[in-house]
Design a protein around this ligand. Sequence first.
Ligand code: UDX
Ligand code: UDX
Ligand code: ADP
Length: 465
Amino acid sequence: MSKKISKICCIGAGYVGGPTMAVIAQKCPDIEVTVVDINAQRIAAWNDKDVNKIPVYEPGLSEVVAEARGKNLFFSTEVDKAIDEAEMIFISVNTPTKTYGKGKGMAADLKYIELCARQIARVAKNDKIVVEKSTLPVRTAEALKSILHNTGNGVNFDILSNPEFLAEGTAIQDLYKPDRVLIGGDSPEAIQALVDVYACWVPNENILTTNVWSSELSKLTANAFLAQRVSSINALSELCEKTGADVNEVARAIGTDSRIGPKFLKASVGFGGSCFQKDILNLVYIAKTYGLTEVADYWEQVILMNDHQKRRFADNIVSTLYNTVSGKKIAFLGWAFKKDTNDTRESAAIYVADHLLNEQAEIVVYDPKVPEEQIYADLDYLNTRSEKENRNLVTVVNDPYEAVNEAHAVAVLTEWDEFKAYDWQKIYREMLKPSFVFDGRALLDKEQLKGIGFEMYTIGVGEEQ
Ligand code: UDX
Ligand code: UDX
Ligand code: ADP
């Protein structure tokens, strides 16, 4: 008989921990779920009386939080207390790519995970099931086990790997109806306890159980395959532009092959997000560690292609604007790494902006959900120029029409639906002539905009010759 879980603690109230725990609480009313974080400001935002002020923007999330918060869903900074009381602890802290030392720029930085493990070991007074939810390099569970078993005071810890496959922007739907839930572990009782939690709403046939290593590697592999599809279609987008083909037509044609499938074939200015690049770098690092040079090189190419795509989008803006953007105003529509999220981690917009700022462009950004301070923080983090220069060259506005006013060019960086509905006649009237639009998401109706008078560039769409 597996243990019935009545209290769950989740360490890390971010884009993964927050939505996942909110849905567990909503779907399992008998389980008390406490999400803890060392970031007091973030916890305060999760507890904001105005549920629209929670720190993660996801369609449908505020409704779930409104329903469960205060009943069986709690957000707190009291990490020790929550660990002590819970029978099951999810670790959902950030695992960024290392910025120092061995594996710099490639390996995942596990210091936050390790700190959590040590804290759990110090606090726990009775047996716990510890679930790794963050994306981690293969064999992290072993490190966790070693820390917990060697520092714990006689308490038994079962370690499970339960990678999260939700995509931002669709997190709630992905959590409600996951393609699969994956649970890796070696204790059948612990696995069953977690299966029972998900079984509150996920059909049994969608819950897969494996050993820990397969589960950890599956998460990296899934993200690597998805990113590879984007780089593959992006590679073709450049060829289409040169030859007069349309990458969207090519994508539709190949997507009807059931072996290929239609999803994840949208050419873009480049993939972003907290996972794809980090997970591939991780895979490359692991492969190199085992001396598998060809394997490492194969996957690294996915990232090189993505860097190229961002770079060539920026270069094309410069060359089209008569080889100089110095002092020219370029309006950015979108800063988030995809629509329906306020997350900007690794967003293509950051890198395109950085290239254009090196050419002394003046950038005005409008994004429906990303706040000004985040945009400056993203640019400052690159360390390419001083904070003062970033603020001199980049302006953030709350009105798209203000962004385009007297602009030389508009660049679409995120595929927000609202951009399609804008009054493009009015935008044309307010821009300098010739008015250029660089559509990095193939979002806008190219022929319609050309009809208005715009000079159009659409990613992956060549001019017929
Ligand atoms: C391929 C295309 O499938 C077909 O649409 C096109 O018209 C011609 O090229 P074919 O070469 O006949 O067809 O066979 P296919 O089933 O695609 O297999 C090609 C090779 O890939 C084989 O050597 C096969 O063993 C190998 N393969 C295929 C794998 O190693 N693993 C797989 O999962 C699938
Ligand atoms: C991804 C995985 O999809 C998810 O399963 C995992 O849990 C976390 O990483 P996420 O990064 O939130 O999710 O979003 P995703 O929809 O995968 O998009 C990633 C990036 O690829 C975005 O920048 C998106 O714009 C880009 N993309 C995606 C394309 O450019 N073209 C596509 O066809 C699909
Ligand atoms: P993800 O996308 O993986 O959810 P985020 O960065 O959005 O990543 O969230 C991770 C959260 O984990 C952050 O809010 C961070 O403050 C929190 N965190 C990191 N280390 C600890 C720790 N030792 N204890 C509690 N919270 C932590």
